[in-house]
Design a protein around this ligand. Structure first.
Ligand code: BV8
Length: 246
C-alpha cells in the first residue's frame, strides 16, 4: 500500500490497462460542495439528532412531520449546492476508460448534475417521493407537512433506503456484478462502515481487482487496499484524470 496524495504512476498504468473500472462513492465526494457528511455533526435544529436515528422507518412512523422537515432541509441544502471538481472528474473518467460503473451511496443527485450517466443509486434518491405502503414512485404535494399518496392515501416518504431496509434489488445485483467484474475499484469519500455497500470493495479484491481508497482520513480498510490516497476527492480525482488523459 502507498499512502500519499500524489497519484502513483502504477495506478495510472492500471487505469490505462483497465477493461472495466468500478467506482463507489460516499458522502465525502460531496463534502467540497458544502454538503455535510454523515460523520459530520448535524447543524442547527438537527444538531440534537444522529443521522442514523432519523434515517429509519421507525423514526418516520413515530414522527413523519419531523422526518419530512429533515429531508426537505436536506433537499434545499443540496439544491443550493453545486457539484465539485471531484464529481466532474468522475464524469470525465467515463470517457477515458472502456467501461465505468458508478455506484453511489449518496442520495444528492450531484453525480447526475455533473454529467455522470447510468448512476447506480445504491441508497435511493433524496428528490423522489414514494408511497410508504407499496414503495411506488409518486409526486407529493410539497405544501403539506406530510404528503399523501394519490393512489391509496397513505403517507409518502422520501425515495431513500433507510437503515434496516433492503437495497433495491436491481441496484444491488448490478453493483455486485460490476465489483466482481472490474479491474480497478475506486472507493471514494466513504467511511466504509455502512453495509452492504462497504462489502463491494472486498468483492472486487476477491475477484482480482486493484482496490484504491481516496479519503483524507484513511479508513480501517486502507491497509488492505493496493493504493490509499490520503487526499480530498476534489483534488485527487482531477489529478488522476489529467494524468490519464495525457
Ligand atoms: C440492510 C440513505 C437488511 C438515507 C443510507 C453488517 C455489519 C454491520 C451492520 C450491518 C451489516 N449489514 C447491515 C447492517 C445494518 C446497516 C449498517 O450498515 N449499519 C452501520 C451503521 C453499521 N445497514 C443497513 O441497514 C442497510 N440495510 O442491511 O437491510 C435487510 C436485508 C433484506 C431485507 C430487509 C433488510 C441499509 C443501509 C442504507 C442506509 N441509508 N442513506 C439518507 O441518506 O437519509 S446510509 C448513509 O450513511 C449514506 O448513504 C452512506 O451510505 C452512509 C454514510 O456513509 P458515507 O457515505 O461513507 O459517509 P460518512 O459520513 O460515514 O463518511 C464520509 C467519509 O468521507 C469519511 O471517511 C471522511 O473522511 C471522507 N471525506 C470527508 N471529506 C472528504 C472525504 N473523502 C474525500 N474527499 C473529501 N473532501
Amino acid at each position: 500500500m502507498t499512502a500519499n496524495s500524489d497519484i502513483p504512476q502504477a495506478l495510472i498504468a492500471a487505469l490505462r490497462d483497465a477493461r472495466h473500472v468500478c467506482i463507489l462513492t460516499g458522502a465525502g465526494v460531496s463534502a467540497e460542495s458544502g454538503v455535510p457528511t454523515f460523520r459530520d455533526a448535524q447543524e442547527g435544529l438537527w444538531a440534537q439528532y444522529r443521522a442514523e436515528d432519523l434515517a429509519t422507518p421507525d423514526a418516520f412512523l413515530t414522527d413523519p412531520v419531523l422526518i419530512w422537515r429533515w429531508y426537505r432541509w436536506r433537499r434545499d441544502l443540496v439544491t443550493e449546492a453545486a457539484p465539485n471538481p471531484g464529481h466532474y472528474a468522475i464524469a470525465q473518467l467515463a470517457d477515458l476508460v472502456p467501461r465505468l460503473t458508478l455506484v453511489t451511496q449518496n442520495v444528492d443527485n450531484m453525480h447526475q448534475r455533473a454529467g455522470s450517466r447510468d448512476v447506480i443509486e445504491f441508497h435511493g434518491n433524496l428528490f423522489e417521493d414514494r408511497c410508504f405502503a407499496d414503495g411506488s414512485l409518486q409526486v407529493g404535494d410539497d405544501t403539506t407537512a406530510v404528503p399523501l399518496c394519490s393512489d391509496c392515501g397513505s403517507n409518502l416518504r422520501p425515495g431513500v433506503v433507510w437503515f434496516g431496509e433492503a437495497i433495491p434489488e436491481q441496484a444491488l445485483n448490478e453493483s455486485c456484478a460490476a465489483a466482481a467484474d472490474c479491474d480497478v475499484f475506486l472507493s471514494v469519500g466513504t467511511s466504509s462502515l455502512v453495509y452492504p455497500a462497504a462489502g463491494l470493495a472486498d468483492l472486487a479484491r476477491e475477484n482480482g481487482a486493484k482496490v484504491v481508497e481516496i479519503n483524507p482520513n484513511p479508513t480501517m480498510h486502507a491497509n488492505s487496499c493496493d493504493y490509499s490516497l490520503a487526499a480530498n476527492s476534489g483534488v485527487a480525482l482531477p489529478k488522476m484524470v489529467n494524468l490519464l488523459a495525457r
